[in-house]
Design a protein around this ligand. Structure first.
Ligand code: NAP
Length: 459
């Protein structure tokens, strides 16, 4: 049984890991299969994190936090947790590889996810013109009219970033006043390429394969008008990621975990929460890191209190942990006995090891292949692409007999990306007999991708 399991790896999760590891608690950090590092992995320069007077890139900051946690003995696993049982003294978590681990304490640093507009056409065009990440997808909208929805810091930051690529950027905001901080708002207002559609909301997204325009509705008069934007970046805030703890720890009306301020104690003993999953007010990297530190200190105190009251001989606690893990696995129909956690943390994921194809070799290697081909459209700077690397390698190893797996760098090979309408990476296209027979956009759990491949190639 572990002392501390940390779920989540933004500034909150990694700071909790640094403190817990330095306290000798050897925490296991479930960093997420495709979301490791959290929201900062999708930002550019962070100008307000103390200690970096010349700013720091979001992904670099997160990689440094991860390295610092690992240096002190934290084990970082790039897996998702799909279920938890936090109610008893022994907590259990189930990974996306159906492994069950137990711990005396759990720190929830689950973060938040992008809020969606909630209109029907949004899902249809997601990855085909609609995006939630300017740093990931902005590159694909060079010299195009780009729209950004929202009036907060995220929206103006994304708009300012996207203005590097687009011919014009229109910020669509439902009111006539920005919520963003003065300094960031002023940068957008002063920018020659940025315009505003005030008192406006997106009523409809148009297009066939890709988005070709928007209908805006005036939030005051109800009148509609067309906007000829070909990219839509949604930056309207975030929602706490509390699905897996719903019904166990107490949540407030908005779905945030309730903690006993100023501590990070949740409604369940031994379960602590920090970062964006708790905080709907500040939501800054530095405040998340601060609460991550507090969560580790709270967990440490909890473990000391357990030791003081735990009269069981060493080993008995582990027997209970094993019994709980076996019971959970049996209840969920998962394999038992439970595999031991590995002593060897998986390395920081990088691009897949699949052979690279180029614009020049695409026809010979992909279209003329006598086997179906999975093509991973990726780029060096794209964190979700890197997170998918090990998954692609596993698929290549498992399906090698029936599937060829290659990757293509979209930065260096714009023609192929353009020919197949790639506007978001990672995109995984499946080709058979020279035809495109399937496509999956965005970071995916392995099982989703395998399902899509099997469907496309008729396995
Ligand atoms: P936010 O501050 O909550 O702003 C969300 C914006 O989206 C608001 O303008 C809101 O409109 C609008 N909105 C919400 N739901 C909508 C809907 N369904 N349809 C249309 N518009 C909708 O979120 P955020 O911009 O993501 O920022 C979150 C936190 O992160 C803030 O504390 C911010 O300071 C911080 N942040 C900081 C930086 C930085 O310092 N570099 C960068 C990004 C974010 P209303 O204004 O009408 O409510």
């Amino acid at each position: 049984m572990h002392d501390v399991i940390i779920i989540g790896s933004g500034p909150a999760g990694y700071t909790a890991a640094i403190y817990a590891a330095r306290a000798g608690l050897r925490p296991i950090v479930f960093a997420g299969a495709i979301t490791a590092g959290g929201a900062l992995m999708n930002t550019t320069e962070v100008e307000n994190f103390p200690g970096f007077p010349d700013a720091v890139m979001g992904p670099e900051l997160m990689e440094k936090m991860q390295a610092q946690a690992e240096k002190f003995g934290a084990e970082v696993r790039f897996q998702d947790i799909t279920a938890v049982d936090l109610t008893g003294e022994v907590k259990s978590v189930t990974t996306d590889e159906d492994e069950v681990l137990t711990a005396k304490s759990v720190i929830l640093a689950l973060g938040s996810e992008y809020k969606k507009l909630g209109i029907d056409s949004e899902a249809r065009f997601s990855g085909h013109g609609v995006s939630y990440c300017a740093t990931c997808d902005g590159f694909f909208f060079k010299n195009q009219h780009i729209a950004v929805v929202g009036g907060g810091d995220s929206a103006v930051e994304e708009a300012t970033f996207l203005a590097r690529f687009g011919s014009k950027v229109t910020i669509i905001h439902r009111r006539d006043e920005l919520r963003a901080s003065k300094i960031m708002a002023q940068r957008a207002i002063d920018h020659p390429k940025i315009e505003f559609a005030w008192n406006s909301e997106v009523a409809e997204i148009h297009g066939e394969q890709k988005m070709t325009g928007l209908t805006l509705r005036d939030t005051v008069t109800g009148e509609t008008r067309e906007l000829d934007a070909t990219g839509l970046f949604v930056a309207i805030g975030h929602l706490p990621r509390t699905d897996i703890v719903y019904g166990q720890v107490e949540l407030n009306d908005e779905g945030y975990v309730v903690v006993d301020h100023p501590t990070t104690r949740t409604s369940l003993p031994g379960v602590f929460a920090c970062g964006d999953v708790v905080d709907h007010i500040y939501r800054q990297a530095i405040t998340a890191a601060g609460t991550g530190c507090a969560a580790a200190l709270d967990a440490e105190r909890h473990l000391v209190a357990l030791e003081d009251t735990d009269a069981r001989p060493l080993g008995a606690a582990d027997d209970t942990a094993l019994a709980v893990a076996v019971a959970v696995a049996e209840e969920r129909g998962l394999p038992v006995p439970i595999p031991e956690p590995t002593d060897h943390p998986k390395g920081n994921p990088m691009a897949s090891k699949a052979p690279a194809v180029t614009d020049a070799t695409f026809k010979a290697e992909v279209l003329d292949s006598d086997k179906p081909v999975l093509v991973d459209f990726w780029a060096e700077w794209c964190p979700p692409c890197r997170m998918m690397g090990p998954i692609i390698d596993e698929i290549a190893a498992e399906m090698g007999g029936s599937l060829k797996v290659v990757k293509i760098d979209t930065d260096d090979n714009p023609m192929t990306s353009r020919d197949y309408g790639i506007v978001s990476i990672p995109t995984f296209n499946i080709y058979k007999g020279g035809e495109l027979v399937g496509s999956v956009v965005g970071g995916q759990p392995k099982r989703n991708l395998v399902k899509a491949i099997n469907k496309a190639i008729g396995r």
